[in-house]
Design a protein around this ligand. Structure first.
Ligand code: IP8
Length: 264
């Protein structure tokens, strides 16, 4: 693990890389609770190689829900804005997501990656209700990083004032982690090879939302309908450069090179 020499002479740990593995990448979205074994293995191979080669020294992984979380969430009518007070619904979503998390961890352990789980349901909250900001305490994740672990978080349920439990998405976690931990680089790896223009070609770089609003189909500057437009807007707000790429770009990203669309 490398460290930078701080102004006070103390060793400051290098800022981490935050990587999201999309649920659509690591699961078969059309079949409930089914992994895409090949895609997950390939992603874990790339992560293990980057850590072994030292192109990444501090890494936080976040994964989405794919056919594990989303299946149960939609069955119970739970989303990032619609909550539930039914403990069975909370358990269905959380149990499926911890099963997926375990599958990711097992494959990382097979490759000697020191991965440990962080379950947002036990940690985070939306104290201002479903439309409010996420409160994600970062001290456990930060300390795990300092101790040499690779924390692996996942989309989950989250306690939400006046709504019970809503869903927290992997994208929300990525933004909170990147901002709160002062990430060096942020990667969002999914089944799409980048942010696409109206012709379906990857846009190499985005530095302003207005320049790409039309291509993203955003109707106005306050569009919060989710999807790529919301993702780009949130990634633009980060201090760290963010990259949106497909499976083929993961190795490049982890080597510190360009991949897919750079959002900065
Ligand atoms: O796949 C949502 O995370 P996402 C996870 O990143 C659940 O949107 C619990 C549905």
């Amino acid at each position: 693990m490398t460290a930078d020499r701080g102004a006070d002479g103390e060793d400051d740990p290098a800022p981490p890389v935050v990587l999201k593995l999309g649920g659509s990448l690591i699961t078969e979205k059309s079949r409930p609770e089914t992994l895409d074994e090949d895609a997950l293995d390939a992603a874990c191979d790339a992560i293990a190689a980057a850590l072994a080669e030292g192109t990444v020294d501090r890494l936080v992984v976040v994964h989405g829900g794919g056919s594990f979380g989303h299946h149960h969430a939609s069955e119970h009518g739970v989303s990032t804005s619609a909550g539930t007070h039914d403990p069975a619904a909370v358990m269905d979503v959380h149990t499926a997501m911890t099963a997926l998390n375990r599958a990711v961890l097992d494959r990382l352990h097979d490759r000697d990656v020191p991965a440990v789980p962080v379950h947002p349901l036990s940690l985070s909250a939306r104290p201002d209700g479903a439309e409010g900001d996420l409160d994600l305490p970062l001290s456990s994740t930060a300390t795990m990083l300092e101790e040499g672990f690779v924390p692996v978080l996942h989309g989950d349920g989250v306690a939400t004032a006046d709504a019970g439990v809503t869903v927290v998405s992997g994208d929300e976690l990525v933004v909170e982690l990147a901002a709160g931990l002062g990430a060096r680089r942020v990667g969002v790896c999914s089944t799409v090879s980048g942010v696409l223009d109206v012709d379906g070609d990857v846009i190499p770089a985005i530095d302003s939302f207005d320049a790409v609003a039309e291509a993203l189909g955003a109707s106005d500057a306050t569009d919060v309908s989710g999807g790529m437009a919301a993702k780009v807007r949130e990634l633009l707000a980060l201090d760290a450069p963010a990259y949106v790429f497909g499976a083929a770009g993961l190795e490049s990203f982890l080597r510190g090179e360009a991949a897919g669309t750079r959002i900065d």
